[in-house]
Design a binder for this molecule. Structure first.
Ligand code: GLC
Length: 612
């Protein structure tokens, strides 16, 4: 231990449990120096830093000691479950998918049918009344949203999920609170201590100076990054909606509070935390106030503190940035890991770009670039989620003109729009964007949908299905309307789950059954073949063709070549397996062949492997 490191046995407030305490202490020796170094980088200049570090140490000690025995057992036995090739994820809103947390338990068998072992539930803590950005405007990090249930229901759901061998992942909305959180209310009432929990610009000139470099996240529904608040005597920083107040991480009390929220959640049985809007945590004048070094130090500190108190809990970065930036969320410095998981939004966006442009090139480029990442980081691969597809994620790999073309293809506008009219992002369910028509189980739309999911399942990383995609559910045609102002287009991809359609999931000749069964088959194939082990990253095939995405995982007899035709034309693809010219089996169709070429139909996907 370093001289200044804290002995948690001294600060422990819980009832000592000798065996666990020894365990905890060994984790303290390993991880406290990392946390301390990171936190000193951020807060070390403050005269109160030493005492504050002690309070963080006490908090970690208290919650490490209070961790339920069952969860400690899970910590020890879990291994690196998120890298397991059998792992498939699912993401959903509790209300739109199941109704509430109790009913969610009843839906676990459905998820098991799909092969799901990881369930990400969108925010479920108490949110502000009225508009709340789908729960992302949290009013209380300790209470479950009453519409969805209670904290007891949440604990029970975690237990039920664990019994079903499903890991539960929840959002930690760490960048902001709602404007009616107790901290915000106290701040508005004049409490200086809580005022300092938020970022407040004193005048419009300061706002202007910051705005010069800031980008609007919701230009249509919530333009600007500040909201004037009379009671606060200034402009509150509101990156997202005006009712989402950005927290001031320059104030160490904010880091303390959020650490407490994180560790309490961990002790409720949560297996992973999605660090919402992570890039925005630190503000610096003259920058775009995203991805600042302090963000990485704070995340590395949180990782280290979790490794002491709840070592089995993983962190997932929600950093919807350019690919190079996203990779830094695995840990920007050696020895200071941050998030084990990060959204592969570059590849997700590139897959849609490839469909729009009928060219495999965007996907090839981004997959190649994404493979160059720290080996300890794991991508979360996905096709759609609750948010929009932001085309700038393709920069600098795909030219701006092509990004604009993609946007106009999906808006149905063709290419005749002026640059100014082109939307920077696209909304919609995968089935709608792929052009699936409801009664056509064999059409090109379904092929496109399965092509994107098939590539996602073939890549290294954890594939996560967005709620309803497994049934080819289309857009919500009647999304909830705001009390005033324009509708947030993201509600298009948040339809209420269609449980009547889910009944058809076992019937392979109808649309829902075809998609569901194909996803099940892909999950099983992935789980059973060693080429899908996390160690085998995707490497581009040597033969490049604009029509066909071509990558290989593994070597020799343990290899899989993924071929995906992004056009409506028949094509011939090169087989690049050892021995050259040998026989191969398509793991998806069971088809076999020999020689150095394989035919591909319109939007066909193949996973080739040498025939044993
Ligand atoms: C994340 C969420 C998004 C939300 C925003 C603000 O980007 O994915 O849905 O609007 O954070 O919390």
């Amino acid at each position: 231990m370093t001289e200044s490191a804290v002995d948690l046995r001294r600060t422990s407030m819980g009832v000592p449990r000798p065996v666990d305490q020894a365990d905890i202490q060994s984790r303290v020796e390993r991880f406290w120096p990392i946390a301390e170094a990171c936190l000193r980088r951020v807060y070390g200049f403050r005269p109160d830093c030493e005492g504050w570090l002690q309070s963080i140490a006490s908090l970690v000690s208290e919650l490490a000691t209070a961790r339920p025995a069952e969860l400690c057992r899970r910590d020890r036995s879990g291994g690196r479950w998120w890298r397991d090739r059998s792992m498939v994820g699912y993401s959903a809103y509790v209300d739109r998918f199941a109704g509430d947390l109790v009913q969610m338990q009843g839906r676990l068998p459905y998820l098991k049918d799909l092969g799901v072992g990881y369930l990400h539930l969108l925010p479920l803590f108490k949110a502000r009344e009225g508009e709340n950005d789908g729960g992302f405007a949290v009013s209380d990090f300790t209470a479950v949203e009453p519409r969805l249930g209670t904290t007891a229901d949440l604990r029970e759901l975690a237990t039920a999920a664990h019994q079903a061998d499903i890991r539960l992942v929840l959002d930690l909305v760490c960048n902001h609170t709602s404007d009616d959180h107790a901290w915000a209310r106290a701040a508005r009432a004049g409490d200086e201590c809580y005022r300092d929990y938020y970022c407040v610009a004193p005048d419009s000139a300061t706002v202007q100076r910051y705005e010069e470099r800031l980008v609007d996240v919701f230009p249509e529904v919530a333009p600007g990054n500040f909201t004037y608040c009379k009671e606060m005597g200034g402009w509150v920083w509101t990156t997202f909606y005006p009712f989402q107040w950005d927290l001031n991480y320059a104030n160490p009390a904010v880091f303390f509070e959020m650490t407490a929220a994180m560790l309490r959640l961990a002790n409720m049985g949560v297996d992973g935390l999605r660090m919402d809007s992570a890039p925005y945590l630190w503000k610096r004048l003259g920058t775009d106030c995203r991805n600042q070094p302090e963000v990485h130090w704070l995340l590395a500190a949180w990782r280290a503190l979790l490794s002491i108190a709840a070592p089995g809990v993983v962190l997932k970065a929600e950093a919807i940035e350019r690919l190079e930036e996203v990779k830094s969320y695995f840990g920007a410095r050696p020895g200071e890991p941050e998030c084990q998981l990060a959204y592969n939004n570059g590849v997700m966006t590139a897959l849609w770009a490839s469909l729009a442009l009928a060219s495999a090139e965007p996907a090839s480029r981004l997959i190649e670039a994404a493979a160059q990442k720290p080996p300890w980081g794991t991508w979360v691969n996905y096709v759609r989620c609750h948010d929009d597809i932001i085309w700038s994620a393709l920069s600098p790999h795909v030219p701006l003109e092509d990004q604009a073309r993609c946007s106009s293809v999906f808006s149905g506008a063709g290419t005749a729009q002026s640059a100014a009219a082109i939307a920077p992002s696209t909304n919609g369910m995968a089935a709608t964007l792929a052009g699936v028509s409801d009664d056509d189980a064999d059409g090109l739309g379904v092929k496109k949908l399965l092509l994107l999911y098939g590539v996602t399942y073939a890549l290294d990383g954890l594939p996560v299905v967005w709620m309803g995609d497994e049934l080819a559910l289309g857009d919500d045609r009647d999304p909830p309307a705001p009390a005033s102002g324009p509708c947030d287009g993201r509600w298009r991809q948040r339809p209420i789950m269609d449980w009547r359609r889910a009944v058809q999931r076992t019937a392979p000749d109808c649309l829902a059954g075809r998609v569901f069964q194909q996803l099940v088959a892909m999950a099983r194939t992935r789980a059973s073949h060693p080429a899908f082990d996390a160690a085998h990253t995707a490497r581009p095939g040597t033969t490049k063709s604009p029509a066909i995405l071509n990558f290989v995982r593994g070597e020799g007899s343990v290899a899989m070549q993924c071929l995906a035709n992004f056009t409506a034309e028949m094509s011939i693809a090169p087989v690049e397996l050892e021995p050259t010219g040998g026989t191969w089996t398509d793991l998806l169709s069971g088809e076999t062949g020999s020689g150095s070429q394989a035919p591909l139909g319109p939007y066909q996907l193949r996973w080739l492997s040498p025939t044993p």
